[in-house]
Design a protein around this ligand. Structure first.
Ligand code: FPP
Length: 244
């Protein structure tokens, strides 16, 4: 692969439909989704991708039936419990973004334990977005900045793109180079709204439990073929001489 992205962000969509197609309850779709999640983390780790951010539970997912939300919480808990050793053995550093304070105590503790256990690892930076929303992230950043202005640590004239970015989730990582969404919808759905400004977007119809290395490679190939211009002309990017 000529050019690998440093940071990949994924919306893992389609678990429910995968289950429905098989006349199974929705939570078995999520269970199968955990297998795809494990595989993709392993592949990214093996290929030395620097960072992977996964959208596991959005702020809007609370609107789902109570039973599904409860089963998802249980699934997160058992997946973290089961996978932590493997992640640690693979030198993966796992952290979480989003407001975890709304989760059951038991899950919050498991989240802290998982982050703590892998905190000194130096391999793949794995970020799991839980109870996360891009607007929530921006509002949080704005509130943090406003508090510093109130306490005279900052002036309003200090507000810049860099300052806002520093106050957002993922501020310690390069912005995602590649965004992948499975499940056929062509939306960002309140994921990393600020951080995806220049990210290459890749949408595919495959449902998350069917996502595999071959489809991942197709996304990487599509990424490698694109020319990222960041607002410049194609010639500038290629380093060709320009008229002034
Ligand atoms: C969207 O599919 C998927 C989710 C809301 C849950 C995603 C979570 C996992 C795959 C588990 C990951 C686990 C860890 C610990 C990171 P959907 O239910 O919206 O599918 P549908 O659009 O077909 O209904």
């Amino acid at each position: 692969m000529s050019e690998l992205p440093d940071h990949i962000a994924i919306i893992m969509d389609g678990n429910g439909r995968w289950a429905r197609q098989r006349k199974l309850p929705r939570h078995l779709g999520h269970k199968s989704g955990v297998d795809s999640t494990r595989d993709i983390i392993q592949i990214c780790s093996d290929r030395h991708i620097k960072a992977l951010t996964l959208f596991a539970f959005s702020s809007e997912n609370w609107k789902r039936p109570k039973k599904e939300v409860g089963l998802l919480m249980n699934l997160f808990f058992t997946a973290l419990q089961r996978e932590i050793k493997r992640l640690n053995d693979n030198n993966v550093r796992m952290t979480f973004i989003g407001d975890v304070s709304a989760f059951p105590d038991k899950l919050q503790k498991q989240i802290s334990r998982s982050a703590e256990k892998t905190s000194t690892n130096t391999g793949l930076e794995l970020r799991i977005a839980v109870n996360y929303g891009g607007r929530w992230d921006i509002v949080n950043a704005v509130r943090g900045i406003a508090e510093k202005i109130e306490s005279n640590e900052l002036n309003s004239s200090d507000i810049s793109e860099e300052l806002v970015a520093e106050n957002l989730s993922l501020s310690d990582l390069p912005e995602p180079d590649l965004f992948i969404r499975t499940g056929g919808e062509k939306r960002i759905s309140n994921f990393l709204l600020w951080q995806l400004a220049y990210t290459e977007l890749y949408f595919c119809d495959v449902l998350w439990p069917d996502f595999n290395e071959k489809i991942f490679d197709e996304a990487l190939e599509s990424y490698a073929l694109r020319q990222r211009r960041f607002g410049k002309t194609g010639e500038q990017v290629k380093g060709k001489p320009q008229d002034a």
